[in-house]
Design a protein around this ligand. Structure first.
Ligand code: HEC
Ligand code: HEC
Length: 216
């Protein structure tokens, strides 16, 4: 009976994630493993060696974890965390949902006297703003609008509930590495050849400079 039930669940799986149980507590528990690199609140770390995961669309996180799992996106540090034993397929929607609902603010709020020092510290841990990057912001804006905006959005926020990630609020170093991986074919990106293979370092830098103004 139980087997039959499972079979029915798997049958429905391709039609959406509605049938995979989303358990935020389980997601939080799994995230303790991820936190060593990606931070307690998915804020990432080491200046972007570990990307930010907080607030990324759940559908994007699910897709990327599956790509790591299938080794279509190759990365040594992620490898042990995306295999079937550590990350069974049915757990993926829960950890993705947990990370996706974390909201980091870009500015420290103004506190009144009633807020304790401890609470201030906790709130400060969730404040995250990409440092301004050197580069030609105007050129970056032009390139961004011409080549990236259609998919990544006017504010660089990607598309909710889709496989298109935000670029605003992601680490500069991390994104430069990804763009180089797109250009070399190490990682897949739509139209990578046309978009990235002839992009000069100062053009990438300019786009990064523009994006770094977007979350201020
Ligand atoms: C040992 C360090 C480490 C641990 C632990 C780790 N990761 Fe990662 N993760 C990385 C690195 C490094 C990258 C960037 C890979 C690259 O450069 O392409 C990454 C990338 C990702 C991405 C892609 C983000 C994006 O914007 O495309 C996701 C999603 C992700 N990790 C989820 C997780 C989850 C969920 C866990 C816990 C189950 C986890 N990671 C544990 C190191 C780690
Ligand atoms: C046709 C739509 C489209 C266009 C145009 C586009 N992107 Fe993307 N981009 C995507 C999608 C979808 C992904 C996720 C790729 C995947 O499936 O792994 C992505 C991923 C990325 C990532 C990785 C983000 C992360 O968290 O790992 C970066 C960086 C990026 N794009 C930069 C750019 C830049 C810069 C431009 C303009 C020069 C651009 N993209 C144009 C759709 C697009």
């Amino acid at each position: 009976m139980f087997n039959k039930l499972l079979y029915v669940c798997f049958l429905f799986l391709p039609f959406g994630f509605t049938y995979a149980e989303i358990d935020l507590d389980l997601g939080e528990e799994i995230n303790e493993l991820c936190a060593g690199c990606h931070g307690e609140y998915g804020e990432g770390g080491k200046k972007g060696e570990y990307p930010r995961l907080a607030g990324l669309p759940a559908a994007y996180i699910i897709q990327q974890l599956n790509l790591f799992k299938q080794e279509k996106r190759k990365n040594m540090p992620m490898r042990p965390y995306a295999n079937e034993r550590e990350m069974p397929e049915q757990d993926i929607p829960s950890v993705a949902a947990f990370l996706s609902q974390i909201k980091l603010s870009t500015k420290m709020p103004v506190f009144d006297d009633t807020v304790s020092a401890y609470d201030k510290l906790l709130i400060a841990k969730k404040v995250f703003n990409i440092a301004r990057v050197e580069g030609d912001i105007e050129l970056g804006e032009e390139l961004y609008i011409d080549d990236c905006q259609l998919c990544h959005g006017k504010q660089g926020m990607g598309k909710d509930d889709s496989d298109t990630p935000p670029l605003t609020g992601q680490y500069t170093q991390y994104m430069i590495k990804q763009i180089n991986d797109f250009a070399s074919g190490e990682r897949w990106h739509e139209y990578a050849e046309a978009l990235f293979s002839e992009m000069e370092a100062d053009e990438i830098q300019a786009i990064m400079a523009y994006l770094s103004t977007m979350d201020d």
